[in-house]
Design a protein around this ligand. Structure first.
Ligand SMILES: [Fe+2]
Length: 200
């Protein structure tokens, strides 16, 4: 497994030495086969929900179809993988005090016309307010959709996250990010938040 991260070009602070890194990219976080399994899981769970979960958002900001991954043995492997990847990224880049996943993992599907405008994930709720890291895995082959770029803006310059299938980006949950409108096809992603105590 290769671990590469893109650093910003902000000069080091007076106490630093290393420039701050605003995100971590982990290629091959999930294999093609595992991405397929999660695509199948989305279809099954979405059919079960009857689409009730979708369309619950402010449609000016977000349009997508979501399902929450059940906390069942079937998906233990996903949680275990994400736990290890979160620990690796946190050790290498962020070094935050973290407690773990306090929300279920989410599968988000963006079809034609779907998007999620610029926003941050750290929210006001009791749980959303404890989100410290966001993890997002690309589960669709980039050949299968047009548009739907995932972008981060940590330092005033939008950064386009690599679209390789199975690649993951990890970033602080207070970082601005968006999913640009999908033009055609469908883009599926796995999203998780890692929670922890307030920054002090
Ligand atoms: Fe988000």
């Amino acid at each position: 497994m290769s671990h590469t991260s893109s650093a910003s070009h902000v000069p080091p602070g007076p106490g630093g030495g290393k420039p701050p890194r605003h995100w971590a990219i982990i290629n091959n976080a999930f294999s093609t086969d595992e991405c397929e399994r999660l695509n199948a899981a989305f279809k099954e769970l979405d059919a079960k929900d009857g689409g009730l979960v979708a369309g619950r958002f402010d449609q000016k900001v977000r349009q997508s179809a979501l399902v929450w991954l059940p906390e069942s043995e079937e998906f233990d492997w996903v949680i275990q993988r994400m736990t290890r990847l979160a620990a690796d990224a946190n050790r290498d880049v962020f070094r935050y005090a973290l407690n773990g996943f306090e929300e279920r993992l989410q599968l988000a599907s963006y079809g034609p016309g779907h998007y999620y405008d610029w926003h941050i994930d750290r929210g006001r709720g009791a749980v959303a307010g404890r989100r410290k890291l966001t993890m997002s895995v690309q589960l669709t082959d980039p050949k299968d959709y047009v548009g739907g770029e995932f972008e981060l803006n940590a330092d005033g310059r939008p950064f386009q996250v690599p679209v390789d299938r199975g690649a993951m980006v990890v970033f602080p949950a207070h970082t601005l990010h968006r999913v640009a409108p999908v033009v055609s096809g469908n883009r599926l992603s796995l999203v998780a938040w890692v929670h922890g105590p307030d920054f002090v």
